[in-house]
Design a protein around this ligand. Structure first.
Ligand SMILES: *Cc1c(COP(=O)(O)O)cnc(C)c1O
Length: 437
């Protein structure tokens, strides 16, 4: 063993990781070299894509200035939007700290582009939990349903693929917008690759070329070399406290797409006729630029952490979704832990590994919208940021932990090791006797 490895072993030991856990994780990691090399190549492509967009738009120090009041002529804000449009290869972009979260970005995109009497179609089954209230699938004051927007949904086939005949049948002359969620979110279905999304959009446009195809891109940005906007999406929408904010954006959301779709969304975010012209940046622009600059690398770190987690936990005998070998299309990793004790231990390990609030113990609590207690682990610089190392899970069968993030790969790695240590220390797993395949 080389000197650095010996030093690492010692420092991990000082941080509470025992020899067996260290050795076991090192073995798992050894087999992941080729996999990580592929992740690095995607990050490299993403880095150059972002750099090129910044250079092309002549980003300069003047763009980091603050603006107040109406925010007229905020060149930093306008240039950032041009950079986003170039990164996603779209005509236009709306990138604002005033967009509260991903749900708000999606709501703005939907309500700006739909009118009373229009139909909204989800060809990929039930959308993300918060969107159900927005659309009115679950009754909610102010929902799109209250404004006369109808909703249709086509379920995925049992194997997680698209039900093309049913999608064709669900498109009427009233259909205006098709919403496609890329990430599985917290549902037991596969996350779609950009290629799959492209095929779906191609099919939809072959039925009616004027339909707006919107992709909920949350957790998917920079995971592949191409984005849904490269394969025909009219709008891609996401949160800045996930992948594209690179961990530095303190809040915000983005909508990239055609000029018309983005303008419609902007008229909804501010006011009809005002649109993108207004909106003071309060001095946060620099963090949005710098976060985007780091985003490909940060996303790669989160991906490596997810891949490492799947490989570690699968070898310990747990089922992981996606599994240890599958291709990745988002940064979420589900680990099925089979017992409340194991789920709690996992979350305690992740919490103990955090740079912030590491001394707290996560406890399950009843959360609105859930029919059981939920446990959450997060110790983040930006409150609620899920590009930072975090985990959560509902306290019910099959006791599944959803794990995501890690601003650096080495932090994500430590988080996983710390969680394994927690399970081992509580006697919930046995490390010895496990050998590299
Ligand atoms: C995170 C997420 C959202 C939006 O969630 P917010 O918490 O409002 O940012 C929407 N869709 C998917 C698939 C997500 O992962």
């Amino acid at each position: 063993m080389d000197q650095n490895q010996q030093y690492l072993r010692k420092i991990y030991k000082d941080m509470g990781i025992e020899e067996e856990v260290f050795g076991f994780c090192a073995q798992v990691l050894y087999d992941l070299k080729d996999r990580f090399e592929q992740v690095d190549k995607v990050a490299e492509a993403g880095q150059l894509k972002v750099l090129s967009a910044m250079q092309k738009n002549r980003v300069g120090e003047q763009h980091f200035m603050t603006s107040t009041g109406y925010g007229y002529n905020d060149d930093g804000r306008d240039t950032l939007e041009k950079v986003y449009a170039d990164v996603f290869h779209t005509e236009d972009a709306l990138v604002r700290p005033h967009i509260t979260c991903g749900t708000h970005a999606l709501t703005t995109a939907l309500s700006g582009n739909l009118r009373p009497g229009d139909e909204l179609l989800s060809p990929v089954g039930l959308p993300y939990d918060t969107l159900q209230g927005v659309i009115g699938i679950r009754p909610q004051k102010g929902s799109l349903a209250e404004y006369g927007v109808k909703y249709r949904q086509v379920e995925l086939l049992p194997d997680g693929t698209f039900d093309y005949p049913a999608i064709r049948a669900a498109i009427t002359d009233k259909t205006r917008l098709v919403t496609i969620q890329r990430s599985k979110g917290y549902l037991p279905r596969p996350t779609f690759s950009v290629k799959q999304i492209g095929e779906l959009i191609h099919f939809i446009k072959s039925i009616r070329s004027d339909l707006i195809c919107m992709v909920d891109n949350c957790y998917g940005e920079f995971v592949e070399t191409i984005e849904p906007s490269d394969v025909g999406a009219d709008m891609c929408v996401g949160s800045l406290i996930k992948n594209p904010g690179g961990g530095l954006a303190s809040s915000g959301g983005y909508i990239v797409g055609t000029k018309e779709c983005v303008e419609n969304a902007a008229y909804r975010l501010t006011a009809p006729g005002l649109g993108k012209e207004l909106g003071a940046n309060f001095g946060v622009n620099r963090s949005l630029y710098q976060g985007l600059f780091l985003a490909p690398e940060v996303t790669a770190g989160a991906l490596k952490s997810a891949i490492f987690a799947a490989n570690v936990y699968e070898r310990l005998g747990f089922t992981c979704v996606p599994d240890a070998r599958e291709d990745r299309h988002d940064i979420i990793q589900a680990v099925i832990l089979n017992s409340a004790e194991a789920l709690k231990a996992f979350c305690c390990g992740i919490q103990a590994a955090a740079p912030v609030d590491s001394y707290l113990t996560p406890e399950p609590w009843p959360m609105p919208g859930y029919d059981c207690d939920v446990i959450m682990a997060a110790g983040a610089f930006i409150s609620g940021s899920s590009i930072e190392l975090s985990a959560d899970g509902p306290l019910k069968e099959p006791y599944c932990a959803y794990f995501q993030g890690g601003l650096t790969w080495h932090h994500g790695k430590f988080g996983i090791m710390r969680s394994v240590q927690e399970l081992a220390s509580r006697g919930l797993i046995k490390i010895s006797g496990i050998h590299s395949k």
